[in-house]
Design a protein around this ligand. Structure first.
Ligand code: FNR
Length: 345
């Protein structure tokens, strides 16, 4: 019998895969890239390597934080790590807070580093984690970066979730005291420009806006919660496209923006790049392929993304991912209205 923490991880995995297709509403469909017929480039001039702060990514997309802490999570992390290694993808793990309740959970995280000793591995903890906890998890994984998740919506829906959200001072202290990059990330509800400014003001230099459109933790936690009905929050938060627009002004040489939330094709990766993403995280879409169709299907999908990305860059006349923001685009429908009302275009 696994602990209640491990059971929660298993429920997340199972609901994330059951509900993904019901909640998936890709905001990038409202963004039309302006095609140019004469890009004046050849494919061999294109290099997909991209830098996100000091992290050098062979490919601009990576496997975003999902799991760890149960037997099922062990197998999933093992398979994701094998795929990450083969394709030179960075990989973030799910929150490791569970190891402080159940030390046997450590192996389901460590397996990722064991399989991929030279890859980029990103640890994940709550924004309220202590310095000691952060150091323990970083050591366990020999992590290249640490993600701190900010997940108020999810916590408030959970019966036993956090109720105190004074997180900024703790985040600032972790950023100042850790000697690896600290990424602050949402979990699928997006960010606005004022949140991004708050994070910048305390020295956070990598921000993952993780927006609405893919995995939806309001829906997932609502299904787990049997005492209260929160289904009215199913459309809470800013979409990934809206969050990227919110982040555009704040994006500087010193602030790197990661896009995630509902990314499910190489074209989405490109669109995120046009909106200024330095890197792009993919969680639910890859998890669904792995769980429903197996590791070979995920391997095949990622092979296709790897092949398509440089060709899409060439189509747009861009030699690298970082050149994408000069590409023209227009917005349609609700996303255009959002951008106009928020004065973002
Ligand atoms: C997540 N996500 C997540 N994020 C985080 O910071 N810590 C975590 O422990 C988890 N756990 C988790 C479990 C499962 C099963 C999924 C699918 C996702 C959120 C994830 O990193 C991402 O921010 C959102 O899922 C949005 O991206 P996708 O899924 O739409 O690509």
């Amino acid at each position: 019998m696994e602990s209640s923490h491990a059971q929660r991880k298993n429920e997340h995995l199972s609901l994330a895969t059951k509900l993904y297709n019901q909640v998936h509403t890709n905001s990038f469909n409202s963004m039309q890239i302006i095609h140019k017929s004469l890009p004046e480039i050849s494919l061999d001039q294109v290099n997909p390597v991209t830098n996100c702060g000091t992290l050098k990514l062979a490919v601009p997309f990576f496997i975003e934080a999902m799991t760890g802490g149960s037997q099922n999570a062990f197998k999933i992390n093992q398979e994701l790590a094998m795929v990450a290694k083969k394709h030179h993808l960075a990989m973030a793990l799910g929150s490791a807070s569970i190891i402080f309740h159940d030390p046997t959970a450590k192996k389901s995280f460590k397996v990722v580093r064991d399989i991929n000793p030279d890859g980029i591995v990103i640890a994940n903890l709550s924004a309220k984690a202590s310095l000691e906890q952060a150091k323990t998890v970083i050591d366990l994984l020999d992590a290249d970066a640490l993600e701190l998740h900010v997940n108020t919506t999810q916590e408030l829906i959970m019966d036993d979730g956090d109720r105190n959200f004074h997180w900024l001072t703790n985040i600032e202290s972790l950023v100042n005291r850790l000697n690896i990059p600290v990424i602050v990330k949402e979990v699928g509800f997006g960010m606005d420009s004022s949140t991004i400014n708050q994070l910048q003001s305390i020295g956070v230099s990598i921000i993952n806006i993780s927006g609405r459109g893919g995995t939806n933790f309001a829906t997932i936690e609502d299904r787990r919660n049997h005492t209260a009905d929160f289904s009215f929050l199913n459309y809470w938060g800013q979409t990934t496209l809206e969050s990227m627009l919110e982040a555009r002004e704040a994006r500087t040489k010193d602030t790197q923006i990661i896009a995630s939330g509902g990314i499910c094709s190489p074209l989405d990766v490109i669109k995120a790049g046009i909106l200024g993403a330095n890197a792009v995280g993919v969680a639910g879409y890859f998890l669904n392929i792995l769980i429903h169709d197996g590791i070979d299907a995920l391997d095949k999908e990622i092979t296709n993304w790897q092949m398509a990305l440089p060709r899409l860059l060439a189509l747009l006349g861009c030699k690298s991912f970082n050149e994408l923001p000069s590409t023209n685009f227009v917005l349609h429908g609700e996303e255009l209205e959002y951008a106009q009302q928020r004065d973002l275009i």
